[in-house]
Design a protein around this ligand. Structure first.
Ligand code: C2E
Ligand code: MG
Ligand code: MG
Length: 701
C-alpha cells in the first residue's frame, strides 16, 4: 500500500509520519533522477568513446593508405591509442630473424603520458627479445589474436614485472600486426589499473594491426621491386645499376687522398659466346650461374682475410663481372682476388654431359688522385681486361692485366684497327696467298696452306698475327673467315680445271674458333663447296686446339661430318695450346701440324728436338700425319726427316705465294703427292722459289 500526499490515508497520519513519508518519496525521486542522469551520461560517454575510437582508426587508416613506412604508422598508432584510451604506455616490437630463429625485438618506439615515470619500463621494453613462447608478446607467434592481461603481476613469466611495478603498471594488452598470415610486428599497451577485457578496444587493436600490416606489405613489395631493379635475376648478384651507384657513392664520400683505396676488377669469361651459340642459352645460363657462385666463394674467402675491406661483386651483363674493392690494402686485395679467381674458375664444370672449362680475362685498375670520375676507373679496368684478352688470344702473357696509361693508346689503336678491318672486309681488300706443304724427303708438293694477307697502300702487308686476334675479338673473323674459305675453294676449283685434274693437291684453310663454332658451319662448308665446284678432297681445314677443346664432343661430331664429306682436317699449331692427348684421341683429325716455334730456332749449336720427337711418335701411334711448320734451314729439314716427320712447310721451300705464282709452281711439278697416299712418280722436284727469289708475300708488322 502506498501513501500519496493528498490521499485519504495521508490525511489521518501524524505530521511526523507525513514528513517522514515525504522525505522517503523525495529520496526515491532523487535516486530515480540520478539513475536517469547517470544512464544518459554513460550513453553519452560511450558514444563519445566509440566516436573517438572510430576517428582514431580513420586517422591510422589514412596514414596507412599513403605511407610506405610501417614504423611511422606504428609510432602514430602507439601515441593515438594511448591518447584516446588513456592507457599509460604504448610500445612497438618488430619481427626479426629467419625461420628457426624468428623473434620479436623491442624498439625505442613508445609513447607515454608520463615519460619520466615510464622510462625504466620503456627502456627494458626496448631491449626485449621475445621468441615464440606461452607468454605475451611471444605468444602472438602461436596465436595471432590480441592478448589481454588484466593484471600483469599475476602473469607467470612476465619478465618486466619489477619495472612494471615501479612504473605502477597493471593491465596489459598485446596485439599482432599481420602481413597476410605472417606476424611482422606487435604493439603492446599497459594501464595503471587492473582492467577487465574491453571487447571494443580489442577489436580496435585488431583493426590497427591490419592497417599497419598493409603498410608492411607495401614496403615489402617496394623493396622487392627495388631489389629486382638492382639485382641480376639470373645470379642474384648486384647489377650494373647498383654497382655503379655504390662506386659513385664511395667516390663522392672519399677525400682525394682516400680515393687511392679503391680498385676495380673487370672479369670477362673467355669463349662464353661459343657456349651460348653451340649449346644453347640454357647451358650458357647454367655456366654463368656456376661461375657467379665460384666468384662469390672467392670474394667471401678474401673478405675473411681482410675484414676491413669492402668488396662488392656484380654482374655487368652477359659474361662480364666486376669487383669493387675499397680497402687500405686495395692493391694487394685486388691482385689476390684476381689470382684466386683464375684458380677457382679452372675446374671443369659439367653442363648437359659436357665438361666445360671456363677461364677468364681479368683487368684491374687502381684509383689515384688523377681520377676525376668513377666512370674513368670503370673504363680503365675494362681496357685492362681487353688487354688481358688480347694477350690471351696471342697466347702470351698473364690473364690478368693491371691498367697503365699506355694501354689507353693501345686500346685506341685496336679500335682504329677494328674499323679499318671492317672497311677492308666490305671492300674485299684482302688477298689469299698460298704456302706449299711438301714431303720432307723429296720436297714434292702435296698441298698449300692458304694464308690471309692484308695489303697496305705502301705495298706492305699487315701481318695476320696483328689483325686476326682483333678480328676474333670483335667477331669480324666470321665474315672474314667465310670470305677466306670461299676464296680458297674458288682457287682449288680453278687449279683443278687449269691442271686438267691431273694434279693431286689440297688447299688447307685456317678456321678460327669462333668461325668453327658457328651453328651453321658444316652447312656453310657444304654450300660453298657446291657453289664453287671445289672437290672436297682438294680442301683441308686447319683448326687450333683451342677451337677443338671448347666443346670436344660436338667438335668430334663435326670432324666426322667434314670427313664424311671428303674434307680433311688438321690440328694446327700443335704444342702451343692444351696438347691434351685425351681430347685428341676422340677427335678424328687427319694430320697434326707441329708449331713453327719448335722448329725455327733449332740450329747446329742449339738443338733440342725432344718435344718434336715426342709429338711425332705420339702422332704416329694415333696414325696421324705430321706436318712441321717453320722450316727455314736444310739442317732443320734433315733432322725432322730423321725424327720421322714426313711433311713440312717453311721458308726453306717457299713463303706464301700469290695465287698466280702458286699455280705456276703447281703446274711446274708434274705430279705431286697427297698426304694420304705417297706419290708414285716424282719426275720433278720442287727446289723452292722463296728461298732464292725472296717472295713478295712476306708480311710486315
Ligand atoms: P699458321 O696457321 O700457323 O700459319 C703458319 C704461319 O707460319 C704463317 O704465318 C706462315 O707465313 C708462317 N711461316 C711459314 N713458314 C715459316 C718459316 O719458315 N719461318 C717463319 N718465321 N714463319 C713461317 P702468317 O701467314 O703470318 O700467319 C700467321 C697466323 O695467322 C697463321 O698461323 C694463322 O694462325 C693465322 N692466319 C693466317 N691466315 C688466316 C686465315 O685465313 N684465317 C685464320 N683464321 N687465321 C689465319
Ligand atoms: Mg695454319
Ligand atoms: Mg700453324
Amino acid at each position: 500500500m502506498s501513501f500519496q500526499p493528498g490521499s485519504d490515508t495521508f490525511d489521518v497520519l501524524s505530521s511526523d509520519q507525513k514528513i517522514a513519508r515525504l522525505e522517503r518519496a523525495l529520496m526515491r525521486e532523487r535516486r530515480a533522477r540520478l539513475d536517469a542522469e547517470s544512464i544518459a551520461e554513460r550513453g553519452l560517454r560511450e558514444s563519445y568513446l566509440a566516436r573517438s575510437r572510430l576517428e582514431l582508426l580513420n586517422r591510422i587508416a589514412t596514414v596507412a593508405n599513403d605511407s610506405n613506412d610501417p614504423i611511422a604508422t606504428l609510432r602514430l598508432a602507439a601515441e593515438e591509442i594511448c591518447l584516446v584510451t588513456g592507457w599509460a604506455i604504448g610500445h612497438v616490437l618488430i619481427r626479426a630473424g629467419d625461420v628457426g630463429d624468428v623473434r620479436l625485438e623491442g624498439t625505442d618506439i613508445w609513447f607515454a603520458h608520463d615519460p619520466d615515470l615510464m622510462f625504466p619500463f620503456a627502456d627494458a621494453s626496448n631491449r626485449l627479445v621475445a621468441w615464440p613462447c606461452a607468454s605475451p608478446p611471444g605468444r602472438l607467434f602461436i596465436n595471432p589474436h590480441p592478448i589481454w592481461t588484466p593484471d600483469i603481476h599475476a602473469l607467470p613469466g612476465f619478465t618486466r614485472s619489477d619495472l612494471a611495478l615501479r612504473s605502477q603498471l597493471r593491465a596489459g594488452v598485446a596485439a599482432p600486426v599481420l602481413m597476410g598470415q605472417e606476424l611482422v610486428a606487435a604493439i603492446e599497451f599497459f594501464a595503471t589499473d587492473t582492467l577487465a577485457p574491453d571487447p571494443e578496444l580489442l577489436e580496435l587493436l585488431v583493426q590497427v594491426g591490419t592497417q599497419a600490416g598493409r603498410v608492411f606489405k607495401r614496403q615489402h613489395h617496394a623493396r622487392r621491386l627495388l631489389e629486382s631493379a638492382t639485382r641480376d635475376p639470373l645470379t642474384g648478384l648486384p647489377n650494373r645499376t647498383l654497382f655503379e651507384a655504390r662506386l659513385a657513392e664511395l667516390f663522392e664520400a672519399l677525400s682525394n687522398k682516400e680515393k687511392t683505396s679503391l680498385s676495380l676488377i673487370y672479369i670477362d669469361l673467355d669463349g662464353f659466346k661459343l657456349v651460348n651459340d653451340t649449346m644453347g642459352h640454357q647451358a650458357g645460363d647454367q655456366l654463368l650461374v656456376a661461375m657467379a657462385s665460384r666468384l662469390r666463394d672467392v670474394v667471401k674467402k678474401i673478405e675473411g682475410h681482410f675484414p676491413e675491406a669492402e668488396i662488392m661483386l656484380a654482374r655487368m651483363g652477359g659474361d662480364e663481372f666486376t669487383v669493387l674493392v675499397s680497402s687500405a690494402a686495395n692493391v694487394v686485395v685486388a691482385e689476390l682476388l684476381a689470382e684466386k679467381i683464375h684458380v677457382r674458375l679452372h675446374p671443369v664444370h659439367r653442363v648437359n654431359d659436357n665438361d666445360l672449362r671456363a677461364s677468364a680475362s681479368v683487368g684491374i685498375a687502381h684509383m689515384d688522385e688523377t681520377y676525376t670520375s668513377p666512370e674513368v676507373l670503370m673504363r680503365d679496368a675494362d681496357v685492362a681486361m681487353y688487354e688481358a684478352k688480347y694477350q690471351g688470344k696471342l697466347g702470351i702473357g698473364p690473364r690478368t692485366v693491371s691498367f697503365d696509361a699506355t694501354m689507353r693508346a693501345e686500346a685506341l689503336t685496336r679500335l682504329e684497327l677494328q674499323s679499318a678491318l671492317r672497311q677492308a672486309i666490305e671492300q674485299r681488300a684482302f688477298e689469299l696467298h698460298y704456302q706449299p706443304i711438301v714431303q720432307l724427303n723429296e720436297r714434292n708438293i702435296v698441298g698449300f696452306e692458304a694464308l690471309l694477307r692484308w695489303p697496305q697502300p705502301n705495298g706492305d702487308y699487315t701481318a695476320p698475327d696483328i689483325f686476326i686476334p682483333v678480328a676474333e675479338e670483335c667477331g669480324l673473323i666470321v665474315p672474314l673467315g667465310t670470305w677466306v674459305f670461299r676464296e680458297a675453294c674458288r682457287t682449288a676449283a680453278r687449279w683443278s680445271a687449269e691442271t686438267g685434274g691431273d694434279r693431286i693437291f689440297f688447299i688447307s684453310v685456317n678456321v678460327a674458333p669462333n668461325q668453327f663454332q658457328q651453328p651453321n658451319f658444316i652447312d656453310l662448308v657444304r654450300d660453298i663447296l657446291m657453289e664453287t665446284g671445289a672437290h672436297p678432297r682438294t680442301i683441308a681445314i686447319e683448326l687450333t686446339e683451342s677451337a677443338a677443346v671448347i666443346n670436344p664432343i660436338r667438335t668430334a661430331h663435326m670432324l666426322e661430318e667434314l670427313r664424311a664429306m671428303g674434307v680433311r682436317v688438321s690440328l694446327d699449331d700443335f704444342g702451343t695450346g692444351y696438347s691434351s692427348l685425351a681430347h685428341l684421341q676422340v677427335m678424328p683429325f687427319d694430320a697434326l701440324k707441329i708449331d713453327g716455334s719448335f722448329v725455327m730456332n733449332q740450329d747446329e749449336t742449339n738443338t733440342n728436338w725432344t718435344i718434336v720427337k715426342a709429338m711425332t711418335s705420339m702422332a704416329d701411334a694415333m696414325d696421324l700425319r705430321v706436318v712441321a711448320e717453320g722450316i727455314e734451314t736444310e739442317f732443320q729439314r734433315s733432322r725432322l726427316q730423321e725424327i720421322g716427320c714426313k711433311f713440312g712447310q717453311g721458308w726453306l721451300f717457299d713463303r706464301a705465294l700469290p695465287e698466280a705464282d702458286a699455280l705456276a709452281l703447281l703446274k711446274s711439278v708434274n705430279i705431286a703427292g697427297d698426304m694420304s697416299s705417297e706419290p708414285q712418280i716424282q719426275p720433278q722436284v720442287h727446289k723452292g722459289l722463296g728461298a732464292t727469289n725472296g717472295s713478295n708475300s712476306g708480311v710486315s708488322s
